[in-house]
Design a protein around this ligand. Structure first.
Ligand code: ATP
Length: 248
């Protein structure tokens, strides 16, 4: 079998007496959209944070394209092609959409967080930011302050921020959260487009979206992977129905 893009092996993270991820293992193949589902408190965000380097594991390993990244800091992982969109919005409200994306691209490029050191570099960053906004369908709102954008549009800017680092693997933590029906449908369409270009790990509670998008699904319950498989296998799995899908 081809080497997976992401390999997670027996990852353990505790918070006091709680084992938030309990020997979690999973592989993400190149080109795959791999969804991680499970009840509140199952350990999904804790897992994502260990993949990005925002949280250190107590045991286990993470490798990206065959390279062990378990203890690399977040910015080095980003340079190797990992990008994350956060569950809680992290945008600068008093800046325009394009400024937000350009500033993020500047930070990813490893330069200091100053407001555009020179004109030529600024143009390059702005061009890349406009391209990222175009990719998420928000090019026409590039010069609008983020504070004036709708919740759904802010989600699109967050995706553009993640794309600005040109990732190989995009980690998305609940991109549908707080979206209305029409906005959710727009996000599903957008992810359907993006997945053609980048592998994706998607944490999401919106089950119609998950089943519409995922190649594979891993189900986390109390920090453990209780099932992993294609959408049909997960839908039919009695343990998954009992622990999660019955209530979804
Ligand atoms: P949700 O679907 O509600 O976002 P989740 O599956 O992402 O939940 P986590 O947020 O990863 O779950 O939490 C897993 C467990 O770890 C929970 O019991 C949570 O209370 C605990 N936990 C997470 N972060 C911390 C922390 N910083 N300190 C203490 N406990 C934590």
């Amino acid at each position: 079998m081809a080497e997976p893009l992401l390999r997670v092996e027996r990852l353990v993270r505790r918070f006091g007496g709680i084992v938030a991820t309990d020997h979690v293992s999973l592989d993400v193949a190149r080109g795959e959209l791999h969804a991680i589902i499970g009840p509140n408190g199952a350990g999904k965000t804790t897992l994502i944070s260990q993949l990005t380097g925002h949280l250190a594991p107590h045991a286990g390993s993470v490798s990206l394209a065959g390279r062990d990244i378990t203890y690399l800091p977040a910015y080095r992982r980003c340079a190797l092609g990992l990008a994350r969109s956060f569950q809680i919005t992290s945008l600068l409200l008093d800046f325009t959409a394009v400024d937000n994306v350009a500033l993020a691209a500047q930070a990813h490029a490893g330069t200091s967080f100053r407001f555009f050191a020179n004109a030529r570099k600024e143009k390059g960053l702005r061009d890349a930011a406009h391209a990222a906004l175009d990719r998420v369908g928000l090019g026409h709102r590039a010069d609008v302050l983020v504070s004036k954008l709708s919740h759904g549009e802010r989600r699109q800017v967050e995706l553009a921020v993640a794309l600005a680092s040109k990732p190989k693997l995009l980690l998305l933590d609940e991109p549908m959260a707080g979206l209305g029906v029409t906005e959710s449908q727009g996000m599903v369409k957008l992810l359907q487009e993006l997945r053609k270009e980048v592998s994706i790990v998607l944490v999401e509670h919106d089950m119609p979206a998950v089943f519409a998008l995922a190649d594979r699904i891993s189900v986390l319950v109390y920090g453990r992977v209780i099932a992993s498989g294609d959408p049909d296998a997960i839908r039919a799995n009695e343990d998954v129905k009992r622990a999660y899908l019955g209530e979804a």
